[in-house]
Design a binder for this molecule. Structure first.
Ligand code: SAH
Ligand code: DHB
Ligand code: MG
Length: 221
């Protein structure tokens, strides 16, 4: 199996199972034109996030790591009319591209992009007494995954879903000799989940347009 084949199958599945969506394609084109790194979720994972949010009837969604607003558009599309998505981004250029893409996709009224270091924004939200979220998607700086996850546990409710992207990456997590920051970050997240009675989770390995990786899905108990 090769990267070429994984991409071909992703494209085939997307063309068969997804409705054509020009604004999602345009969002990726605008992000590329603005020289954002092409690290948004794949189309199938974007749709899975959308489906999971719909399955639980999510009305309040938090995203950590906006980039150009691709996954935010998928999640924004899952919301009922009165629903809200708050998405956090550290890079002003990314936030600006995202704002435009999200507005152009027609979900602008439901989505707030908040600029800043996510850990600071989350601390401010806690101080403001933010209402709990139904669905959280964590997809920013990987070494902070456990910190974002711990925050999410304190600001969700029984039945909320927390998804963390890129929790397999190069597959080094099970190799004790791998001690790079990314791997340590993933292990810290898994240790937290293991020791945390408020949550139950699994991790799925994936291949596709973005190569070999995986994501974690957690249910708040
Ligand atoms: N969820 C997006 C992809 C996010 S890529 C999608 O699938 O469409 C990761 C993003 O996290 C980048 O835009 C990066 O600038 C942002 N990021 C990195 N560190 C961050 C931090 N400390 N706080 C907030 N955002 C951060
Ligand atoms: C990469 C992929 C991601 O999904 C992400 O959120 C950050 C980085 C990458 O391939 O480098
Ligand atoms: Mg990611």
């Amino acid at each position: 199996m090769s990267q070429e084949q994984w991409s071909e199958v992703d494209d085939y599945l997307t063309s068969l199972l997804h409705d054509p969506d020009a604004s999602l394609d345009r969002a990726n084109e605008a992000a590329l034109a603005a020289r954002l790194p092409p690290i948004q979720v794949s189309a199938p994972l974007g749709k899975l996030l959308h489906l999971m949010a719909k399955m639980i009837g999510a009305r309040r969604i938090l995203e950590v790591g906006t980039l150009g607003g691709y996954s935010a558009t998928w999640l924004g599309r899952a919301l009922p009319p009165e629903g809200k998505l708050l998405t956090l981004e550290i890079d002003p250029t990314h936030a600006e591209v995202a704002r435009k893409n999200i507005d152009a996709a027609g979900v602008g009224n439901s989505v707030e992009v908040r600029l800043g270091r996510a850990i600071d924004t989350l601390a401010a939200l806690a101080t403001e007494g933010v209402e709990p979220f139904d669905f959280v998607f964590i997809d920013a700086d990987k070494p902070s995954n456990a910190d974002y996850f711990a925050w999410a546990l304190d600001h969700t409710h029984a039945g909320s879903v927390i998804v963390v992207d890129n929790t397999v990456q190069a597959g080094t997590v099970a190799d004790p000799s791998a001690t790079d920051d990314q791997t340590l970050g993933v292990r810290r997240l898994f240790d937290l989940i293991r020791d945390e009675p408020r949550v139950t989770a699994t991790t799925i390995q994936t291949v596709g347009t973005k190569g070999y990786d995986g994501f974690t899905v957690a249910l708040v108990l």
